[in-house]
Design a protein around this ligand. Structure first.
Ligand code: AMP
Ligand code: GLY
Length: 428
């Protein structure tokens, strides 16, 4: 089987690595890929956003399956385009991708479907938005409706901060069209959890729950990022909690999407807040999360490729076996470039020491320069994943190897999984 992976980050490296683990005979192609993926397959210089270029590539190469990593090509309609040509592609259509790309649409769907989530109202008028923030009182959450690369959410601790966020999004045009509408949303207190499910639009195969670390600084301080690390499993995510998320969140959301004529196929990512009143949706994403994927897949003890191919080909996963997971834990530490999540420095040479057993280094923002040296080329440079029999060992191994890779201006959090560590200590 020939598989085209769209994207070039740590998530795509992990997906490529997993498909090769599933089936050593799989022929991997990536666009644009990265130097890590290049060790597993062939990388072709087509941008992830160039969906017509990707279609031409998939046809020329006779790819049996295309797996789409990032949201941008999904939002651009890659799945619609490939399907119209009869190609098997894993991901949602453009209309179904709105579950991520339009927070106002997603919120309306959840409320209609009775899916637990924070209450919110949508505004285009700044004065009305400010009045709503006052009515709700701080803390209050202000969100740009469209895609804003993870930067369109402000959890305002006071109404003045909410006013600033509203002004930045609606009046300052900070996110262009993505910020033309804002949501003013009820604040939810609790711990966050990411649960992914592979779905054919009706049935789901949930994956192991993970916890992301979105803030740049240790102790969850500093600016929001794409994610500085993740771990799995999360002891809060008991089997019964995951089952209730399937029954009360995934299945009703999918049913509402079918009823709306935009069946969702692919990977549905539920970003949850574990509130005192139970799990509630913070956001949905229409694709695998990054860096959670790099933590989850190393624990997968059954194949992934079959389910992806079935869904991509329009089949049913009703009778597909559930995913099985290895015992133990995985911790992923993201090693980022100086300046990230702001303007990150780049083109620094990377030195990768030998990798100990149980550790996998996924490339996220790397490239080869003209002389073939491995150099930094993005905010998040590497994702260092470690698996071990216990959480503490996985955490120590991930941290130690993140400290061992080197490049100028390297930064990483040494506390990935700190909430789990504290929980395990309390229960010890
Ligand atoms: P999002 O891009 O929607 O995932 O939001 C980014 C981050 O903002 C989330 O991971 C949460 O930490 C926080 N957040 C978003 N919405 C809420 C909410 N209603 N209550 C509390 N925190 C929130
Ligand atoms: N880790 C958060 C995301 O993938 O959106």
């Amino acid at each position: 089987m020939k598989v085209l992976v769209v994207g070039g980050g740590g998530r795509e490296h992990a997906l490529a690595w997993q498909m090769r683990r599933d089936d050593t005979s799989v022929e991997l192609l990536a666009a644009p890929g990265n130097p890590g993926i290049a060790e597993l397959g062939r990388c072709v210089r087509v941008a992830a956003s160039d969906i017509t270029g990707l279609l031409a590539l998939a046809k020329r190469e006779r790819a049996d399956l295309t797996v789409v990593g990032p949201e941008a090509p999904l939002d651009a309609g890659i799945v619609d385009l490939f399907r119209a040509e009869g190609l098997a592609v894993f991901g949602p259509t453009r209309a179904a991708a709105r579950i991520e790309t339009s927070k106002s649409w997603a919120k309306a769907l959840m409320l209609r479907a009775g899916v637990p989530t924070a209450s919110a109202r949508v505004f285009t008028n700044p004065a009305a938005a400010r009045a709503e923030a006052r009515r709700l009182g701080a803390p209050v959450v202000v969100k740009a409706s469209g895609l804003a690369a993870g930067k369109g959410v402000v959890v305002a601790q006071g109404v003045a901060e909410a006013d600033d966020a509203i002004a930045m999004m609606l009046e300052g045009n900070a996110f262009g069209a993505a910020g033309a509408e804002v949501l003013v949303e009820e604040y939810m207190a609790g711990e966050e959890l990411s649960i992914f499910a592979v779905t054919d639009g009706t049935h789901v195969l949930p994956m192991l729950a993970a916890q992301d670390h979105k803030r740049a600084g240790e102790g969850d301080t500093g600016p929001n990022t794409g994610g500085m690390g993740a771990y799995a499993p999360v002891s809060l995510a008991t089997d019964s909690l995951v089952q209730s998320v399937v029954d009360r969140i995934f299945l009703p959301t999918l049913a509402a999407m079918r009823a709306d004529g935009c069946q969702f196929t692919g990977l549905l990512y539920a970003g949850l807040m574990l509130t005192d009143a139970g799990p509630k949706v913070v956001e949905f994403n229409c694709r695998f999360g990054d860096p959670e994927t790099e933590a989850i897949l190393p624990l997968l003890a059954s194949p992934l490729l079959g389910a992806l191919h079935t869904v991509a080909a329009g089949g049913s996963i009703e009778h597909a076996p559930p995913f099985r997971w290895a015992a133990g834990a995985a911790v992923t530490t993201v090693v980022a470039a100086e300046g990230y999540p702001g303007k990150a420095r780049s083109s620094d040479e990377i030195t990768l020491p030998p990798v100990p057993a149980g550790v996998t280094v996924f490339h996220a923002g790397t490239t080869r320069d003209a002389s073939g040296r491995l150099v930094t080329a993005g905010g998040r440079v590497l994702a260092v994943s470690a698996t071990a029999p216990t959480f503490a060992e996985a955490q120590a191994a991930s941290r130690a190897h993140a400290a061992a890779v080197s490049f100028a201006g390297r930064q990483f959090r040494r506390d990935i999984g700190w909430r789990e560590a504290a929980r395990l200590e309390r229960h010890a």
